[in-house]
Design a protein around this ligand. Structure first.
Ligand code: TRH
Length: 368
């Protein structure tokens, strides 16, 4: 993509014609880049011109192996020589390069500067969404940064959901898709995907799961740790890294999805199948209340026994309580978990999606 015109006007354009710069620093794993790629691709799909700047583009070789029209993925360092677009998205407090901030401040019409934060169901999100941070000093003096918080209700920035997603999921033939890849379950077998961090309590999980399962293991420590722990009537296949599009289809094809971090967690909710979330561990323990807030929100309308069992299972899967019999009960019978997952998805799908809200937020045309 050629350099964007330095003087293009934010106010004069409709939101879907804005030019966007998204900045991403990879802290660890794949989630930060995964979220940024989803957003960038969704914006490009809606007609925006997007540049995704990252200090590590290497996971894109499998996450997004084919080019996307309207999207350029570029090394972070090259941004020093670029003219800023109409909207600049600083993701997860990644601190923009000073030279780029100075170029933003030098524009006749200042870009919209938005900090996209991590997703949480905690109540601080509603209080913080849309807050402003005027810049009084430094290279960005005169600019205003605004905070955009994803979330699970209309008082937040919502969740990424590209147009047509639910229809694509409902039209997906999971059995055929798995069979095409050699990952089909045998007759009578159920199938789950597992994407997990190294500290997952795999042995307890397998014992609780019982027989009759095919486990599709995404790349990561469980590919080595889990196979020796398999019990009678369980088998596993180690998967390679696949594209985000294929990973989505994997989630749509399974009876149960074990996901982690942020992006796979959101995508599993769209899949509308029972889902177990391994939250990103934080040394200060902040992940505990964050998990509790999500469970309270997502299980609020669930039948009481399911709510209790899934709560116990989720805490145990995350090592927040010892594994116990209630956790096992939740896994043995998914007959109430499955309709609840669909009901929760329907609740979320009734809300405006994150990209539409971000476009409105950036273009100042429709508020947050
Ligand atoms: O990789 P994650 O654990 O990511 C993160 C990071 O740790 C980050 O620092 C932290 O801030 C965040 O979690 C909360 O999990 P996540 O978010 O699910 O990201 C994985 C991405 O990789 C997601 O976009 C899906 C994608 N993916 C594929 O495209 N193909 C695959 O085969 C797999 C397994 C994942």
């Amino acid at each position: 993509m050629p350099d964007l015109p330095a003087e293009s006007s934010c106010a004069a354009q409709t939101p879907d014609r804005l030019t966007w710069d998204i900045f991403c620093r990879v802290i660890d794993n794949y989630g930060d880049l995964g979220v940024c790629l989803r957003l960038a691709r969704d914006l490009a799909g809606r007609g925006a011109q997007v540049r995704l700047w990252s200090d590590d583009l290497s996971p894109l070789s499998w996450m997004q192996p084919t080019p996307v029209e309207g999207l350029a993925c570029l090394p972070w360092a090259d941004s020093a020589r670029a003219a800023p677009g109409d909207v600049v998205v600083e993701t997860f407090g990644c601190d923009l390069p000073e030279a780029f901030i100075a170029a933003m401040a030098a524009r006749a019409v200042k870009p919209a500067w938005i900090n996209l934060e991590y997703l949480s169901a905690e109540s601080y999100v509603e209080r913080s969404h849309g807050l402003k941070s005027p810049q009084f000093s430094g290279p960005g003096a005169g600019l205003e940064k605004r905070f955009f918080y994803p979330g699970f209700n209309e008082r937040t920035g919502g969740l990424l959901r590209e147009p047509g997603l639910i229809e694509a999921i409902d039209g997906h033939d999971g059995a055929a898709w798995l069979a095409d890849r050699g990952w089909a379950p045998a007759a009578g077998e159920r199938v789950l995907s597992l994407f997990a961090y190294p500290h997952a309590p795999l042995a307890s999980f397998l014992e609780a799961l019982g027989p009759g399962w095919l486990l599709l293991l995404c790349p990561g420590a469980p590919q080595q740790e889990l196979p020796p722990l398999l019990r009678t009537g369980q088998r596993a296949i180690a998967l390679p890294h696949v594209s985000q599009a294929a990973y989505d289809r994997l989630l749509w094809s399974c009876d149960l999805n074990l996901v982690r971090g942020e992006d796979s967690f959101v995508r599993a909710q769209w899949a509308g199948r029972p889902m177990l979330w391994q939250i990103y561990f934080q040394d200060d323990g902040a992940h505990g209340p964050k998990l509790e807030a999500f469970l309270a929100r997502s299980m609020a309308e669930a039948p009481a026994p399911l709510r209790a069992h899934w709560h116990a299972l989720s805490l145990a899967w995350n090592g927040l309580v010892p594994w116990h019999s209630q956790a096992a009960l939740a896994l043995r019978d998914l007959t109430t978990a499955a309709p609840h997952a669909r009901a929760w998805r329907a609740e979320l799908a009734a809300l405006p999606d994150l990209t539409a809200r971000l476009q409105a937020f950036a273009g100042l045309s429709g508020g947050a």
